[in-house]
Design a protein around this ligand. Sequence first.
Ligand code: SF4
Ligand code: SF4
Length: 445
Amino acid sequence: MTKPLTQTDKWRKVEDAGLDRGAARLTPERIEKVINEVIDKETSIRFQAYMRDCVRCGLCAEGCHYFLSRDRDPSYSPVAKMHQTAWEMVRRKGKVSAEFVRNAVQLAHTECNLCRRCLHYCPFGIDTAYVMGIVRRIGNRLGVTPQYIQDTANSHSATMNQMWVKEDEWIDSLKWQEDEARDEFPDLRIPLEKEGAEIMYSVIAPEPKFRTQLIYQAAAIFHEAGMDYTFPATPGWDNSDMAMFVGNNEIMGRLKRLHFETAQRLRVKRIVMGECGHAFRSVYDVGNRWLGWRDSPIEIVHGVQFYHELLTSGRIQVETQIEDLVTFHDPCNIIRGRGLMEQGREVAKAFCKNYIEMTPNREHNLCCAAGGGVINCGPPFKETRVKGNRAKAEQLKATGAKIVIAPCHNCHGGLEDIIHAYHLDMKLMFLGDIIYKHMKKTKAV
Ligand code: SF4
Ligand code: SF4
């Protein structure tokens, strides 16, 4: 790769109200001021080192599913993404046009999942996801962010959950699922506001809004395992975080603080999160650091770890096994980001008679192309996302599996679209789906 690509060589603009209206309000002075402020005051030596040390070898390209899926078009390589956005802003000392900012933000939001796969292919460990995060931050401070994901962050800021679920609706959803579950488990309760419980269970807002069966299933598993747990009744129950992905660190900090303060108010020993990847990243990597905490103030455990614990301690037991061929998708934020390679697949293998690995897998697995907030940029960018992940469709197809387990909400959204668009004959499941259906139910009628 000898010549840096620029936006004008190959540009693929998609209309978006947030990007277009935001860019229309910009002035050259404001652009220059914000870019230089973010680069000078909010980045560290890490950013400078990446710019300085990159030798433009292009080895990172093989790591990126957009590059692989777009017939190895170099403009989709990680290094080209950095050149076309942040590094060009620095080279021009912030003197770039509103159109340039708009296009750079579109690229950073919709052609990079912040999945960090490319980092493993770079001899210097250059983290393109970090650089794309800086571009998103500049865009957000300038008021230039894709509309759908900005709306989600705004909802979270106003209501402390990303789906504008009102406080009584949240409680009603839990009570409704408790009623449903009591037909199957007569003694089941969904505890609310239980002070001193061992665990606070937290979910993302789409669960009470669209996927209440996941709350039912989790309650059934907790009940069968005899866990001492509670849900909070107050805001702080939603652990998702699109503010993190738009680069609004201020909102992100408020959300994370409230989440941990809620757990502290309830005096629980630890927080268990449902099967969501980005929410996990927001507490072990991004939000905690923004708040100045190296680690979280209360132990926080992902659903994958928790289910593994329940199984290996004998608190839940396998009753039946799935006969169909099953494969396992490694979510970036759980596997590459946190190293939980084995727990999820061990649970999956215990419940599945016929299991096959995807190739490549674990930290080399290909992203679902929904993560990093890309799916949250909404319908205008669906085609970009689905076409940008033909490589994932080929990887899924090669397994011949009928079921893919993905312990992450975003991965479900992304893989569902891939399965549909590429006509793959497979269905998606969470670990919770499998455990609920196939565990021993000693307390059920
Ligand atoms: S999508 Fe993943 S592999 Fe591609 S540039 Fe972004 S972080 Fe790197
Ligand atoms: S592999 Fe690393 S050094 Fe080579 S072009 Fe990519 S980011 Fe630069």
